[in-house]
Design a protein around this ligand. Structure first.
Ligand code: NIG
Ligand code: FE
Length: 415
């Protein structure tokens, strides 16, 4: 057993509902607290002095922190594309000179450019890139990261990506959760129609993901220039039958995706920058979790997801980085979540919920995102006596320490 503390504040993110608005006054704050860890899980949380007394009697390892510290659950980034080859710096320059998404794609940029570069990369090169990016996320307090395929767009290339994610996961302390995004766009070199492509992926790729244990989640990009709702429906139907959790890139530039998400009882609808009141109310009434991706809004210079309205209408809101080489190259969840909070007038509690337990729910992970006995001892620790300092500094204030499953995996003073 280990005792970690004392903390000026522990914010366990417990006792809050999955859906709807949250006020800061609803947050539980444990003052002068400690956390007792056993076998990678939280054994108990309480005041440090009390835990210390019993720890001394029972030969517990003590990790005493000096100075002011505040502890939050390890963050969960529920939507990324950190498995890719190459760079899209040219897209950035073209966007800023006024070119549209479609013009950039026609000029050889866009998702297809990353597909070409990802196909050229070996699996080992992809693993190296994932590990590098995941380690940086870890230093920002992110202890669980969802990672999508979707830059392979053929059976062998999608498998290469998903094996790369699986193997990177084995070498990292951060947990990677894979999602199959073979329906990211219609591959330009496919001999057949978009519906032939999706039928092939449904009948040949998806069953393989089950048998090879490569993914339990299926995503699709529903958008002009990607796939229509009509094309995706039979694909999702098959994925549903096979037992996959469904998630959708929805309403990014035009509406339509969120309706499919609700119809298929998807676990989440992500993006939603273009959602109008009709889509917001549909989502808020459903059990679909909305995911705001402020990194994509910042990357493309677009509107933010209407997070305030979603919460006020009773919806569940998670916040993710969408880290990818095209629309969201920054990959800094804490910065982006804080900025979304500023523009959408979200409480500290709502932003923190969006990157902890509400994000864990998106990934169907029951034992994380909160500091509760029995949950994983994944901890983001900041050098402050007041949790409000964290988002107030808009991402410029990083954790000083990160623990994963009860092990100290990042220590700022040693980096
Ligand atoms: O979530 N919207 C579609 N897919 C990604 C972008 C991927 C890319 O541009 O490479 C997104 O923003
Ligand atoms: Fe995305």
């Amino acid at each position: 057993m280990k005792l970690i503390g004392p903390f000026k504040q522990i914010i366990p993110m417990t006792g809050l509902s999955l859906k709807g608005a949250i006020k800061d006054s609803q947050l539980t704050i444990i003052k002068d607290g400690g956390i007792l860890v056993q076998d990678g899980h939280i054994h108990s949380i309480g005041t440090y002095e009390e835990l210390l007394r019993s720890a001394e009697l029972h030969n517990v390892e003590i990790h005493k922190l000096n100075g002011d510290h505040t502890c939050l659950p390890g963050f969960v980034d529920a939507h990324t594309h950190i498995c890719f080859g190459g760079s899209r710096a040219n897209d950035y320059a073209m966007r800023n000179s006024g070119k549209t998404y479609l013009e950039i794609s026609k000029a050889g940029g866009g998702i297809w450019d990353t597909v070409t570069q990802t196909r050229k990369a070996t699996k080992e090169e992809l693993i190296k890139g994932i590990v590098k990016r995941a380690k940086r996320h870890l230093s920002n307090g992110v202890t669980t990261i969802e990672v999508k395929s979707g830059y392979g767009l053929s059976i062998p290339e999608e498998l290469k990506m998903l094996y790369a994610i699986k193997e990177a996961n084995a070498s990292l302390s951060t947990d990677l959760i894979s999602t199959c995004l073979a329906a990211h766009m219609f591959p330009k070199d496919y001999e057949g129609s978009p519906s032939d492509y999706l039928a092939e992926m449904a009948s040949e790729l998806l069953p393989k993901l089950k048998t090879e244990n490569l993914a339990t989640r299926v995503d699709a990009f529903i958008e002009e220039g990607a796939f229509t709702a009509e094309l995706i429906e039979p694909y999702f139907k098959k994925a549903h039958e096979l037992g996959f959790d469904i998630t959708v890139h929805a309403d990014q530039f035009s509406t339509g995706g969120s309706k499919v998400a609700v119809n298929f009882m998807a676990i989440s609808a992500d993006h939603l920058e273009a959602s109008t009141n009709a889509e917001i109310s549909l989502l808020a009434k459903s059990d679909v979790i909305s995911i705001a991706l402020p990194g994509a809004s910042l990357g493309l210079g677009c509107a933010f997801t209407p997070a305030r309205k979603i919460l006020d209408q009773g919806g569940a809101l998670a916040i993710a980085s969408d880290h990818n080489p095209g629309s969201a190259p920054m990959g800094d969840l804490l910065t982006q979540a804080a900025i979304l909070g500023t523009f959408q007038k979200l409480s500290n509690a709502e932003v923190l919920a969006g990157i902890t337990f509400r994000a864990a729910a998106v990934l169907n992970l029951k034992e994380r995102g909160q500091l509760n006995p029995g949950f994983l001892a994944d901890l983001s620790i900041f050098h402050t006596n007041d949790y409000k300092e964290i988002l107030y500094n808009q991402g410029n204030f990083k954790p000083c320490m990160v623990w994963k499953k009860g092990e100290l995996v990042y220590n700022k003073h040693k980096h």
